[in-house]
Design a protein around this ligand. Sequence first.
Ligand SMILES: [Zn+2]
Ligand SMILES: [Zn+2]
Ligand SMILES: [Zn+2]
Length: 94
Amino acid sequence: MEVICGKCNGTGIIYRHETCTVCGGTGKMNYGPCSNCNGTGSVYVQKTCDACHGTGKINATKKCPVCNGTGRIHHESGPVEWSTCSTCNGTGWI
Ligand SMILES: [Zn+2]
Ligand SMILES: [Zn+2]
Ligand SMILES: [Zn+2]
């Protein structure tokens, strides 16, 4: 069946922070703050969703049992509280 991609919520686009390549993530240039990232060291980039290849829909057979269809895994302890479910690649479906 065809379902809305849970990773991008059907938009086909995902946003994520990436290290600014202009300043190498430092946020600084010789003359002051990096203008590309406004001194933050990271930039917000728009990418085509790799789970649905930008279509916003995926062919799924069933809800992911690992994350229970949420696409995210909750960690009680560890460096990150939430991570993308690797079983369904964040879509919530397999
Ligand atoms: Zn920068
Ligand atoms: Zn998607
Ligand atoms: Zn999952």
